[in-house]
Every structure is written in C-alpha cells, then in structure tokens.
Design a protein around this ligand. Structure first.
Ligand SMILES: [Zn+2]
Ligand SMILES: [Zn+2]
Length: 78
C-alpha cells in the first residue's frame, strides 16, 4: 500500500479554520500558524537522501525503494 498523497491545501485550510473558529485567532495569525505547520509536515515527508529528495508517497511503504523513475534511492531517509 502506498501512502495517500499528502494534501497541503486540505491540511492548510483545516488548520486555519481550527485556529479561527476554535481558538478565535485573527486570520493573519491563523495563516501564519498554518504555514509553519505545513512547512514542517512537508519536510517530514521528503526523503533526505541527497540523490532522492522525493516525497514519502513515492516510496514503497514509506521506507523502501523510491518509485520515481531513474531514482537510485532504496531507503527512505529521515
Ligand atoms: Zn527518490
Ligand atoms: Zn528516497
């Protein structure tokens, strides 16, 4: 099974709404928080192998061979 493709927009909007609706933050503040979280989450999903740098969802079971054509990566590096 491949990990479902990471959806930035869905995550971003979810966070903005959460902070505006539940925490009553201003739109600017909620947007700022969402940007920070999404950036962090994106970093976590990128393979740190310098020859790869592809997303987790390009790797079989998040950890093994990268599925991107011509990529030599055979292990997801955090
Ligand atoms: Zn790769
Ligand atoms: Zn990789």
């Amino acid at each position: 099974m491949l990990e479902k493709q990471f959806n930035h927009n869905l995550l971003y909007n979810g966070i903005v709404h959460y902070y505006m609706d539940k925490k009553l933050y201003s739109k600017e503040k909620a947007n700022f928080i969402a940007q920070t979280i999404v950036r962090k989450e994106t970093q976590k999903r990128i393979c740190k192998n310098k020859l790869c740098m592809h997303f987790t969802h390009n790797h079989i079971r998040n950890s093994e061979i990268c599925l991107v054509i011509d990529c030599k990566c055979n292990q997801f590096t955090k």
